[in-house]
Design a protein around this ligand. Structure first.
Ligand SMILES: [Zn+2]
Length: 689
């Protein structure tokens, strides 16, 4: 297999998604992006590689301006609050950024502006005049989210200009019936405006060659698959500028009131941050972004794949002097206790709250989030699992092994590393343990080089397991009286394993690894020395042992579960059932022809978020209909499924597709959907009455 990790790179530029500065960080962010990025970077540093680790806040965009309006404050005040909170949370959690910058910083405005200007001067943009909604009273053009009106598809009265939250259809503001400006409540008027577009479609051949041919084997299948589907669907020119007063001003004369779209300026934030870091240290930052011998790696969640694998690379390619990412190891999503993490419903474990409520237990969360990382599919975090992994893995294996080794060294040898006596030497079990020890760094390394962090963590724990078993089997506490020389060897081997653990655990459990190194007074740390049988020489004095992990009690976990339960109850209280509709006669009901049917085919409707085109067999006929269920169901899981169809609903054209009827669904207050199905397996065509 050809993988780019086999290539040797001179230096590494590692970015992690810039969190949007309108809310705090939660465990989903950590598991998906920041913990794996930090593990990778810490490993590279231990290998002695030249690496810069980039983070920062994404501070532009419409949602921040909307939040500022709601709180009657300025967008800057909003981003100041969350930038500070998130930066501190990252620091306390041990995410080892070399720089944590922000996109409202002047250096970013300057960098993003120059980037735009270069593309503009090279003629890379297409200029278009369009008509857009304008609020005459507020005297500004309206972003899509600043316009509400009635959805033409489902009649929902509070649809936004970009999407109907009710039926999920993507909209343009001009699709809305009776549009209103959020700013003044008035009906907006159409007014001409001029914008620049990046013609993404022109770069399709480049993307096919670079991703579909070039990264078929080394990118994760979920990432590669998403890219392929985007490219195969066909890319559209994308507006780079917009009418808004919060963002990076468009550096072209006569463009007052226009800024760069946040999708364009945010990824340039990685570059500005690197520049800020380099200029502060007198380091040539440009080689981290422009030298082909630099490896650029973006850590992101799956919702960001298109921006980091397609759009940002097109921007850099068009600019001409930048390298493209060598890998984008995006993760899937982490759920919490079986439910999607949701900021608006407060269904999350917030990082800053965890840090306050579990002081000194950063590594426990890092461990659990890595062990349960959503690397290849969505995964679930539960407090029970958190407790079990702490108590029966970290404490019972890693902690127990280290503690017994250090306590016995103090008890029998006054805290000095006992030497292996030449006369007695190694027994076969010692040799086996040392040989296994020597193999661990390479195993962990291979997994890390391929972004398989769960596997790497598992191998690190296997080393602790090996040490724990070796010590338990050797039973030095039974031998000391009769054969102290044998015990010297056993503890020497155990201490060598502890020393290697203190290095190999560093990327995953940096606080623990550091405490362990202090206990055994091991100064020098390097990945390539790990696995050696002589990291600690005979007579080396070690410190008093302390506990690396504490038991997590049932009450602590119960408190967290209770907190979530309260959130769940609060969510239910605030969401009352919808009021009853006006009464109807039996005849009204009897006019509806409702049937059992089976899905024959299902495919997503292009350029919509939630629509799926279905072919169903109603027992009477086969027909096509469109259903807004793509956010909840994957098309491939629908084929063969029994559904209930309102069959005599008037046909309607939705996104150019004639839809004949409607699939009946139950919907809860979160917008989650469930099929309504007969309790027994009934044949197609069965009537509902
Ligand atoms: Zn709608």
């Amino acid at each position: 297999m050809s993988t780019s990790s086999a290539k040797s790179f001179k230096r590494y530029t590692v970015t992690s998604a810039l969190p949007y500065a309108n809310g705090p960080l939660h465990i989903g962010h950590m598991a998906g992006v920041y913990v794996p990025a930090d593990i990778y970077v810490r490993y590279l540093r231990l290998k002695g590689r030249d690496v810069v680790f980039i983070g920062g806040s994404d501070e532009h965009g419409v949602p921040i301006t909307i939040k500022a309006r709601q709180e009657k404050t300025s967008p800057q005040a909003i981003v100041d609050r969350y930038h500070k909170l998130n930066k501190e949370s990252f620091e306390r959690f041990g995410i080892s950024f070399d720089v944590y910058s922000r996109t409202s910083a002047p250096i970013h405005h300057e960098t993003a502006s120059a980037f735009f200007r270069k593309l503009y001067d090279q003629g890379r943009f297409v200029e278009k005049e369009t008509e857009q909604y304008y609020d005459e009273e507020a005297r500004q053009f309206l972003a899509d989210r600043y316009i509400t009106g009635t959805c033409p598809h489902c009649g929902f009265e509070k649809a936004y200009g970009d999407q109907c939250e009710h039926c999920g259809t993507s909209l343009s503001p001009t699709d809305l019936i009776n549009p209103r400006s959020v700013l003044s409540g008035n009906q907006p008027v159409m007014k001409k405006t001029r914008h620049w577009y990046l013609p993404l479609d022109q770069y399709e051949p480049m993307l096919r060659k670079w991703i579909l041919e070039g990264h078929r084997h080394d990118w994760k299948p979920n990432v590669y698959g998403q890219c392929k589907s985007w490219i195969d669907q066909g890319l559209q020119p994308r507006a780079v500028t917009r009418d808004l007063d919060w963002g990076v001003k468009v550096p072209v004369e006569g463009t007052d009131g226009k800024v760069l779209y946040v999708w364009f300026d945010a990824p340039i934030g990685y570059i500005s941050a690197t520049r800020e870091w380099g200029e502060a240290r007198g380091v040539d930052w440009e080689k981290y972004w422009k030298d082909p011998e630099s490896r650029l790696v973006h850590f992101i969640g799956k919702d960001n794949i298109v921006f980091h694998c397609i759009i940002f690379p097109i921007m850099m390619h068009a600019e001409g002097s930048y390298i493209l990412p060598d890998n984008v190891p995006a993760n899937e999503f982490l759920n919490l206790e079986g439910d999607k993490i949701s900021t608006s419903r407060n269904w999350a474990v917030w990082l800053h709250e965890y840090l306050d409520e579990f002081p000194g237990k950063q590594d426990v969360l890092r461990y659990v989030l890595t062990a349960a990382a959503p690397e290849t599919k969505d995964n679930d975090f539960t407090w029970k699992d958190f407790q079990a992994r702490n108590n029966s893995e970290l404490l019972a294996i890693f902690g127990n092994f280290v503690n017994r080794t250090l306590v016995l060294t103090h008890k029998y040898f006054g805290g000095k590393v006992p030497a292996v006596e030449a006369s007695s030497g190694f027994m076969p079990e010692d040799r086996a343990a040392l040989e296994a020890l020597a193999g661990f760094p390479a195993k962990i390394e291979t997994a890390l080089e391929h972004f398989r962090f769960r596997e790497a963590l598992g191998e690190m724990m296997n080393l602790a397991r090996l040490g724990n078993k070796y010590l338990t089997d050797a039973e030095p506490w039974k031998l000391f009286k009769e054969d102290p020389v044998r015990v010297q060897t056993i503890l020497n081997v155990s201490l060598q394993i502890c020393a290697s653990l203190s290095m190999l655990a560093e990327p995953f459990l940096p606080f623990t690894a550091n405490r362990l190194r202090n206990m055994i007074r091991l100064g020098d740390v390097s990945w390539d020395k790990a696995g050696s049988p002589d990291l600690l020489s005979g007579g080396h004095e070690i410190d008093q042992p302390g506990l690396l992990f504490e038991r997590i009690e049932d009450e602590q976990v119960a408190r967290q579960v209770h907190k979530l339960l309260e959130t769940r109850n609060a969510n239910q209280e605030t969401t009352e059932a919808a009021p009853l509709k006006a009464g109807i006669s039996y005849e009204d009901f009897a006019r509806m022809d409702i049937r059992v049917a089976t899905v024959l085919e299902a495919e997503k409707v292009p350029k919509t978020k939630k629509l799926i085109k279905l072919r169903v067999d109603t027992g009477v006929d086969q027909r096509t209909l469109v259903s807004g269920i793509a956010g909840v169901y994957e098309p491939e899981n629908l084929v063969g499924r029994k559904v209930i169809v309102l069959a005599n609903l008037q046909a309607k054209t939705i996104k150019g597709i004639q839809s004949h009827g409607m699939v009946l669904m139950a919907e809860n207050h979160d917008g989650d959907l469930a099929f309504v199905v007969p309790e027994k397996d009934f044949p197609n065509g069965s009537m509902i009455s």
